[in-house]
Design a protein around this ligand. Structure first.
Ligand code: PMP
Length: 394
């Protein structure tokens, strides 16, 4: 049966990891895979997570099946974290999913099941997995203008002009904050215009928020989302605890449906449960239990928020240092965009030739397209990185 399957091309990011690992140079720098690292290059287990795990260990739990919706306490906690204070709370249904990837796929399956002729609009550029997830669910995918490659900021006029031409068969996939891969977030004015356009044109906003707390702060990072939540009847959210709780491998996320009525939202969630039953059935329990334990305990919550702020401060410090070093080395403001971007990434838009030169000459590993994982740097690597960029004329 399987003999005819061709050898896969291989994932470019994963093969970069192997190349990096096998590179013998001491000064090599890995700016590829999108995980947060501390000053020692480690992706740490957060202290709040370790403490919550101890609580769970002492609690005489069970490993029995949990049910298709996952951990309902976690669903409630994560809903509050995202939508607290908005009018969407009482018409929202939440499904625990295996990471935001699972949420993206379940929501895509739901859309494909309910309105198979929908087109999903993703930003250009977008998270590398958005297109394949939507397409594998059977949906048509098109791109909307997003990043201005010259200014490295969002071309809001071009984006909004496209949204103004959409209709009720369209789904607009937006990044809630900390756009991946660009780091360029849109203004709150643009969010407001999107809310108005969604109401006027009838398209469905689909907000993927995988970095809440890694931009301007936990509450601040939901400001755009809250504009939609308070003004648009129907929209969906995928969210992740991979980055802000450091729970990557525990596969912890959620899919939220907000509709006109709670009944419509709950029915949609029940449909997603049926769809999940046809694949993974139930989400893994551990990560969700950890998140819920942290969010329900004042002390653990405070520890977690402090750790998250420290992560943010570290990344913002690196961004400031990059801006300063680039200004000094180029006598220009060409690289100031490093300071304007939010979250872990910045898309430099450098050429493939420059990416290859950085790897070969300096052992600096960057993924195709020129996305830099700023959160993978440490202060001592800022100067060599800037010098390498300048020496190859990137
Ligand atoms: N959406 C975006 C924008 C992402 O960057 C990622 C990767 N962190 C995901 C979704 C998937 O996240 P998860 O690891 O929770 O599946």
């Amino acid at each position: 049966m399987f003999q005819a399957i061709p050898t896969p091309k291989g994932d470019p990011i994963l093969s970069l990891i192997t190349e990096f690992r096998n590179d013998p140079r001491d000064q090599k720098i890995d700016l590829g895979i999108g995980v947060y690292k501390d000053d020692h290059g480690i992706t740490p287990v957060m202290q709040a997570v370790t403490l919550a795990e101890q609580v769970l260990l002492n609690a005489n739990g069970t490993k029995s099946y949990q049910g298709l919706t996952g951990d309902e306490q976690y669903n409630e906690s994560i809903t509050q974290l995202l939508l607290s204070g908005t009018s969407a709370l009482d018409r929202c249904a939440t499904l625990q999913t295996p990471g935001a990837s699972g949420a993206l796929r379940m929501l895509a399956d739901l859309i494909a099941d309910t309105a198979p002729n929908s087109t999903v609009w993703i930003s250009n550029p977008s998270y590398v997995n958005h297109r394949p997830i939507m397409e594998k669910a059977g949906l048509t995918v098109k791109e909307y203008s997003y990043l201005d490659a010259q200014t490295k900021a969002v071309d809001e006029d071009a984006m909004l002009a496209q949204f103004a031409a959409l209709g009720s068969n369209d789904v607009v996939l937006l990044h809630g904050c900390c756009h991946n891969p660009s780091g360029a977030d849109m203004s709150l004015e643009a969010w407001q215009k999107i809310a108005e356009l969604a109401n006027k044109q009838g398209f469905l906003p689909f907000i993927d928020i995988a970095y809440q707390g890694l931009g301007d702060g936990l509450e601040e990072d939901t400001k755009g989302l809250h504009i939609i939540a308070n003004q648009v009847d129907e929209f969906v959210i995928s969210t992740s605890c991979s980055k802000n709780f450091g729970l990557y491998r525990e596969r912890t996320g959620a899919a939220l449906i907000v509709s006109n009525t709670l009944t419509a939202a709950m029915n949609s969630r029940a449909k997603m449960c049926e769809l999940a039953r046809g694949s993974y059935s139930m989400p893994p329990a551990h990560g969700a239990a950890v998140v819920d334990t942290i969010l329900r305990d004042d002390n653990l919550n405070a520890i977690w928020r402090k750790e998250l702020t420290a992560m943010n401060t570290r990344v913002n410090g690196l961004r400031a240092a990059l801006v300063q070093e680039f200004q000094a080395a180029t006598q220009s403001n060409r690289f100031d965009y490093f300071g304007e971007h939010k979250g872990m990434f910045t898309l430099t838009c450098i050429s493939n030739e420059h990416i290859a030169q950085l790897k070969e000459q300096f052992g600096i590993y960057i993924v195709g397209g020129g996305r830099i994982n700023v959160a993978g740097l440490n202060q001592s690597q800022v100067k060599p990185l800037v010098e390498a960029f300048v020496s190859i004329g990137a």
